[in-house]
Design a protein around this ligand. Structure first.
Ligand code: FAD
Length: 524
């Protein structure tokens, strides 16, 4: 078992590392010395190496040669310039380009080693957030944006913004992810239908390219880099600062779950809700499944209703849960209940299976933290997570439900974890960004968030994922995977489709030695 060394031990180890050259490995397995003159804060102790070799997915294990704990973006730039063959640092290394790999690591909540750098250097982005001056999150004087160190977590951005009465507009379900990590993917959740993903709500970025250049970029300034890194899977540069859009913050949320046994009614209401533009428009919309072959989590519902919810699931085998939230504050407090009433009347919902909680805005956004605490307490957090996330075109959602949900998922003897199921709008995504979505105005976000452990065998879950993908392929359902990990180049080319040529051209522009984020397995 790895134990956590004390801070003083780490400080001492850090000092020792700074005083002696560090040995790492190039891609070809050749030893490379990081010279002392680079003046980098690198760690090679077993604890640091082990922590950087794992991620949330708990499937891969890739040791880096060293972990950089930078105290300034300039340190990251020096590392990358050296890796590109800049020997002005009096290198004791080889005479050719060292060519070792470098990966930024935020919270390491990747699923398949995407933030790893086998033999190379993992850059711990939380170090940069901790030393950011004047702070990791700086809200502008007018409260319209925040400048955020990319290693900061979204929960920190939210806390700092709320202290000023403002808030980001769009969130991931879980807030303990780094800003740089979600911007490298997309950052999606129940506000996307209205505000777009997190990558659509960034004004400006500071990026250190794979060549080691420090560049500020925005839609007007160096747009090629700006759009490239948004959803760019860490391939073009390391984001050190992001300017995040903010808006006035509400104080509370009416958090509603409505249960459906009829799939068509469920999706009809979901789609109607994401297309509304009047005062009935909700602020958050998601959905999930409750199945009789899974654990039916009734904790959201009043104690007195939990038994009949379980019976409903058992009777129908599958229940679709529509989840919405409507925010409010002191100004809208007098009318919020009328709005909820009007909304349910418009949808024709009977109150029999509709449940409402009234919670502080922060608690609503931070709701998954409770799930994390529960899973940790029963030892189901640090287990393998063969998650499968995808976007499914609306036109094929019924085929998907019949073939995958009823045909495959419901036929498993047991399922583990949550299945997310909700539509969102394409018009909030900018096609110049690297992120990929289906080519339809409305598409569904589907997440099979299964955990191995207990009676759930990892290989069986992987096998189920393969069958889901095969079903979609064979039925011509043109899904786009999210947070995917492919090992074959042709799969990446297929994933990016018409954007592949731009994606590879940007790689040549910003990271020609192909050093960055090797764990994504795109250009190795
Ligand atoms: P890491 O795992 O550290 O890194 C991910 C990738 O980004 C790596 O390739 C890394 O090299 C690169 N990277 C990291 N920081 C930077 C940087 N500063 N500059 C450039 N590249 C960088 N995603 C959603 O969209 N919506 C959700 O609701 C959601 N919920 C989640 C819930 C849980 C419990 C978990 C574990 C994950 C969830 N995710 C969700 C997925 C999450 O967005 C991604 O895994 C994201 O990458 C995690 O951020 P991180 O800081 O842990 O990134």
């Amino acid at each position: 078992m790895t134990t956590n060394p004390s801070l003083s031990t780490i400080t001492l180890m850090t000092l020792l590392m700074c005083l002696s050259p560090t040995l790492i490995k190039s891609e070809k397995g050749i030893d490379v010395l990081l010279p002392i003159s680079l003046n980098l804060t690198v760690l090679t102790d077993p604890f640091s190496i082990s922590a950087a070799s794992h991620d949330f997915g708990n499937v891969t294990d890739e040791n880096p040669g060293a972990v950089l704990c930078p105290s300034s973006p300039a340190e990251v730039a020096r590392l990358l310039r050296f890796a590109n063959g800049d020997f002005s640092y009096d290198s004791e290394s080889t005479t050719s380009s060292p060519g070792f790999k470098v990966a930024a690591r935020g919270q390491g909540h990747s699923l398949r080693g995407q933030a790893s750098a086998p033999g190379g250097v993992v850059v711990n982005m939380t170090c940069l957030a901790k030393t950011a001056k004047p702070a990791a999150v700086v809200v502008s004087a007018d409260g319209t944006y925040a400048d955020v160190a990319a290693g900061a977590m979204w929960v920190e951005v939210l806390e700092a913004a709320l202290a000023r009465g403002v808030s980001p507009v769009t969130f991931t379900d879980y807030l303990y992810l780094s800003v740089g990590g979600t911007l490298s993917n997309a950052g999606i959740g129940g506000q996307v239908f209205r505000h777009g993903p997190q990558i659509s709500n960034v004004h400006e970025l500071d990026v250190i390219t794979g060549k080691g250049d420090m560049v500020t970029c925005s839609p007007k300034l160096n747009p090629e880099l700006f759009y490239g890194v948004l959803g760019g899977l860490g391939q073009f540069g390391i984001i050190t600062r992001a300017r995040i859009a903010l808006d006035r913050a509400p104080t509370r949320a009416k958090w509603i779950r409505i249960l459906y046994s009829d799939f068509s009614a469920f999706t009809r209401d979901q789609e109607r809700l994401i297309s509304m533009a009047n005062d009935l428009r909700v602020d958050f919309l998601e959905g999930q499944l409750m199945m009789s072959n899974g654990i039916v989590d009734t904790s959201f519902f009043p104690l007195s209703d939990q038994t009949r919810v379980v019976s409903l699931v058992n009777d129908h085998r599958i229940i679709y849960v529509l989840e919405v939230a409507k925010y409010y504050d002191t100004t809208t407090l007098p009318i919020i209940d009328q709005i909820i009433d009007k909304l349910t009347r418009t949808l024709g919902i009977t109150s029999e299976f509709m449940f409402v909680q009234d919670v502080p805005y922060f608690d609503f956004l931070n709701r998954v933290r409770n799930e994390e605490d529960k899973l940790r307490s029963i030892g189901l957090w640090e287990v393998p997570h063969p998650w499968l996330n995808m976007f499914v075109p609306r036109s094929r959602i019924l085929d998907f439900q019949k073939g995958v949900i009823k045909g495959l998922l419901l036929n498993q003897t047991a399922t583990s974890g949550v299945t997310l199921f909700y539509p969102t709008n394409r018009n909030k995504w900018n096609n110049l960004m690297s992120a990929m979505i289906p080519n339809e105005d409305v598409f569904y976000v589907i997440g099979f968030l299964q955990s191995a452990g207990g009676s759930h065998n990892f290989e069986e879950l992987e096998n189920l994922n393969d069958r889901i993908i095969n079903f979609c392929d064979n039925s011509g359902i043109k899904i786009k995977e999210y947070l995917m990990h492919y090992t074959r180049k042709e799969d990446w080319i297929r994933h990016f489709g018409p954007k592949w040529s731009d994606f590879s051209r940007r790689k040549m522009m910003f990271d020609p030695e192909k050093l960055l984020s090797p764990g994504q397995d795109i250009f190795n």
